[in-house]
Design a binder for this molecule. Structure first.
Ligand code: ADP
Ligand code: MG
Length: 277
């Protein structure tokens, strides 16, 4: 039995807890296709541990596809194929000896639409990802993990007295924070977030931004957002994706967020970040 304090599956040599040194994700010359349709062209980007990387750009330029490639969800789409490499802390995420569940345990995902299991309790929702890792834990350890993850997601105080209530009874913003807690419970090195606030009101959005700012100390964060103020507020680095005139999506420019907003090198970046697209 593996305890959650040392939750490493037997097949993995990964360290138990994330540290600031872990979680660097490198995409190297990623191209992607759906059938014959090429949607990404040689995208290279390093997403550093301890930082929030924002992926920005108009709809349809391949941001979600790129994000799914970063935790091998792309592989689950039958028509999808890809070229290039993804390295997590220098190790090939797609290495043939590596299991897809291993990749998805180390690189978690939060989606645009909050998707807790609606009829499942808040408590069980928080732990719902653990099956993926094959981790078994005592009741006391599970209780601690639920409290820890709900606290990190900024939800504990609101739900501590009703952990047996269904996830579906929470507000949209609370449901999204529950999904963040569920992702954290498997102790990923990287957390991918695909427009996590697009379905939320401004207050819930700000609370999630606060959570992101706190979480980045322990998990590398990659966030897709259409909200330029949000990108400016939460990210250290931005990558601007564009798919012009039917060409596959590619990164036009990336760099420190402040430089991307204040001194963009490409006029298309300037137009986009200033809402002139
Ligand atoms: P974004 O997230 O930037 O809006 P996507 O990654 O969702 O962009 O989409 C990029 C391109 O890939 C689009 O042309 C989209 O139609 C296409 N696409 C996305 N998902 C699929 C899929 N499952 N099957 C076929 N084409 C897809
Ligand atoms: Mg998308």
């Amino acid at each position: 039995t593996t305890s959650v304090d040392h939750q490493v599956p037997p097949s993995s040599s990964a360290p138990a807890a994330a540290s600031p040194d872990l979680g660097t994700l490198q995409a190297r010359s990623i191209s992607a296709w759906f059938g014959e349709h090429k949607v990404l062209d040689r995208v290279s980007l390093t997403m550093n541990a301890g930082e929030v990387t924002a992926l920005i750009g108009p709809s349809g330029c391949g941001k979600s596809t790129f994000l799914r490639i970063l935790n091998r969800m792309h592989e689950l789409i039958p028509s999808a194929s890809l070229a290039g490499e993804v390295l997590l802390d220098g190790e090939d995420l797609y290495a043939s000896a590596r299991r897809i569940t291993d990749a998805r345990r180390q690189v978690g995902m939060v989606f645009q639409k909050p998707n807790p299991f609606p009829a499942m309790s808040i408590y069980d929702n928080t732990l719902a990802g653990l099956k993926l890792t094959g981790v078994r834990a005592s009741r006391a350890t599970r209780d601690d993990l639920v409290e820890e993850c709900l606290t990190k997601a900024g939800l504990w105080k609101e739900v501590r007295d009703r952990l047996r209530a269904p996830g579906g009874a929470l507000s949209g913003g609370q449901q999204q924070r529950l999904c963040i807690a569920r992702s954290l419970a498997i102790r990923p090195r990287v957390l991918l977030m695909d427009e996590p606030c697009s379905a939320l009101d401004p207050t819930s959005t700000r609370r999630i931004e606060e959570t992101i700012a706190e979480l980045v100390a322990e998990v590398t964060i990659v966030i897709v957002t259409h909200n330029m103020q949000q990108a400016a507020r939460v990210s250290h680095q931005c990558a601007f994706f564009l798919a012009e005139h039917g060409t596959p999506g590619a990164i036009v420019e990336h760099g420190p967020t402040e430089a991307m907003f204040e001194r963009p090198q490409d006029p298309r970046t300037s137009d986009y970040v200033h809402g002139r697209f």
